[in-house]
Design a protein around this ligand. Sequence first.
Ligand code: DQA
Length: 150
Amino acid sequence: MSTMSDRTVLLLSGPNLNLLGEREPDIYGSATLDDHLAGATAAATARGLTLEHVQSNHEGELVDAIHDARGRCAGIVVNPGAFTHYAWAIHDALAAFDGPIVELHLSNPAAREPWRHTSVVAPVAAGTIAGFGAAGYRMAVEAVADLLDR
Ligand code: DQA
């Protein structure tokens, strides 16, 4: 019997995002991760979704959280932080997840240093929201909700 919730979405936050608000505010803004979580949760509730959140600075813990979402969560919004650019284990874990995946970034990595221009997550995501700061959290939840409502 499937335990899949068709209305639970996992928001995954990668390394250093726990420092939002203090970390390079000129790039990432002054809002904390809790502030972004509040915005994402409000957007999810408005669309009848339940949001779960996991933040980790460790690649393996993010892989475990993706495995734990399999068969249980309907979709994933992921800001993988710097893991975006080289963490193939996260790519592979996401590839083994059945529902829609939205990649999210506060900044626009394509407009930054060349090493940020590669995303190993993009090939397994339905799409990417990047460069819109805090609004991106609401937009990413809206995107996953639209994909689930299709
Ligand atoms: C980020 C962009 C990444 O390049 C960076 O390593 C981060 C944050 C963003 O949200 O803009 O940690 O994912």
